[in-house]
Write a protein that binds this ligand. Structure first.
Ligand code: UD1
Length: 426
């Protein structure tokens, strides 16, 4: 298993280009299934989750062609089956996003239930209830969601809680339904808006995306479309936090600054000078130690849960006491135990991590447990004295494109190490 070796102590300095958003690319790639013809999707990040999605679509018989600029042509006309197998869904929960499109376009879907995951139970009950309300017959058999329908029928869908992929699945299903659907208490995340824009480019009639009420007037058919995925706000945020922690100065380019308001406000609170352009954000700590900040995660436009672990890493070395409260997922503090091993003074009280910042952390071998937790350990390694070896970095490869190359480009001392050779004791 590959690992990242980081020798801490360097301030980040320079410019970095942000990739397309994983969490927009995944639903958009699933959304291509709704069309009668091929779509061409640009600004796709080169990530494991994208490869997994390509493999998943490929196994359904969908034809995919990738060009050298990571533009992917996806042609669903050759689809032969509507099956998302367990071995794929267990590696990537977002595979559930094919459920709505398959059902709406082909009248059937057999999608494995995702099962447990490192950041809590993460059920998909709201996806299933919503599709039932649209007229699907759904049962769970042998660990699979078995969904069947003739044409789905528009309905009013009131979501019990805000779910991002749930909103996306239902929006895609409703796009080809007979009649109008209204999704209330919908997720307002920018990635939901990006998906709605893509679906509208395909001929869907969706309004209200980005608010908590989305109206979908069903259409009979949709065509393929050319579409570029929006920039990744979480990758952007991760680099900004890394620069703040290392007391550095960076400019992130090809990003979408308005999507990062809540994080930018926190970074200003911690003492960063921030300048914003049309598609770039510059952060300068001018060698200062960041001040600890209090953060509470919640659905967009509040502070994103996907930036929570990185803020915990920042508070670990910041000046003062900072409190980070997680309200979206039940068990998303696995990184705390690892950061403690690097000398952080942090304790958990219920869903809140309370840190008293230390001047510096000390390098240690640490284990990544999920995608964003692993990012926080890399950030911690950047400010630790000595070497940090982050194990199980397949988590980080799921969601960050060439993270070590980008950090090295900014001056970090970071290297990818090949996995340990198996020792044969026989
Ligand atoms: C998406 C993002 C993920 C992010 C999360 C919250 C993608 C591919 N992933 O995940 O990076 O951390 O949003 O911003 O876009 N829930 C239920 N029943 C359901 C669905 C969700 O109880 O049917 C609960 C979840 O357990 C969780 C909360 O709702 O506590 C929010 O989860 P949700 O927004 O659905 O997360 P994902 O869409 O899986």
């Amino acid at each position: 298993m590959e690992r990242l070796l980081i020798r801490g102590g360097n301030s980040l300095d320079g410019d970095i280009r942000i990739s397309g958003a994983k969490n927009a690319a995944l639903p958009i790639m699933a959304g291509t299934l709704l069309a009668d013809g091929p779509s061409v999707i640009g600004n796709i990040p080169d990530l494991h989750d994208i490869t997994t999605t390509m493999e998943l679509l490929g196994r359904m018989g969908v034809r995919l062609t990738v060009d050298e600029r990571m533009r992917v042509e996806i042609d669903p006309r050759s689809l032969t089956n509507c099956h998302a197998p367990y071995e794929m869904v267990k590696t990537m929960r977002a595979s559930i996003l094919v459920l709505g499109p398959l059902l709406a376009r082909y009248g059937e879907a057999d999608v494995s239930l995702p099962g447990g995951c490192a950041i809590g139970t993460r059920p998909v009950n709201l996806h299933v209830e919503g599709l039932r309300a649209l007229g699907a017959e759904i049962s769970v058999e042998n660990g699979y969601i078995r969904a069947r329908c003739s044409r789905l029928k528009g309905a009013r869908l009131v979501m019990d809680l805000v779910t991002v992929t749930g909103t996306e699945n239902l929006m895609m299903a409703a796009a080809l339904a007979d009649g109008t659907s209204v999704i209330e208490n919908a997720a307002r995340e920018p990635e939901v808006v990006d998906l709605a824009n893509y679906l509208n480019a395909m001929g869907a009639k969706i309004s209200g995306a980005g608010t908590d009420t989305i109206t979908v007037e069903g259409v009979e058919r949709m065509q393929g479309a050319h579409y570029d995925v929006l920039p990744d706000r979480i990758e952007t945020g991760t680099f900004l936090v890394a620069a703040a922690m290392t007391r550095g100065r960076i400019r992130v380019k090809n990003t979408a600054p308005p999507l990062l308001d809540s994080l930018i406000a926190k970074l200003r609170d911690c003492g960063a000078d921030i300048a914003i352009g049309d598609d770039w954000i510059a952060l300068d700590m001018d060698g200062r130690r960041p001040k600890a900040v209090n953060v509470r995660t919640a659905p967009y436009p509040a502070f994103p849960t996907d930036m929570q672990a990185q803020l915990c890493a920042l508070n670990a070395v910041a000046d003062g006491v900072g409190m980070v409260t997680e309200t979206v997922f039940e068990n998303r503090f696995m990184h705390i135990l690892e950061i403690q091993r690097m000398g952080a003074e942090v304790k958990l009280e219920g869903h809140t991590a309370i840190s008293t910042g230390v001047e510096y952390l000390t390098g240690a071998p640490v284990m990544a447990t999920d995608l964003r937790a692993s990012a926080s350990l890399v950030l911690a390694g950047l400010v630790a004295k000595g070497d940090t070896l982050v194990d199980r970095i397949y988590h980080i490869d799921r969601g960050y494109e060439c993270i070590e190359e980008k950090l090295a480009q900014l001056g970090a001392d970071i290297r990818r190490m090949p996995g340990e050779l198996a020792v044969n004791h026989a």
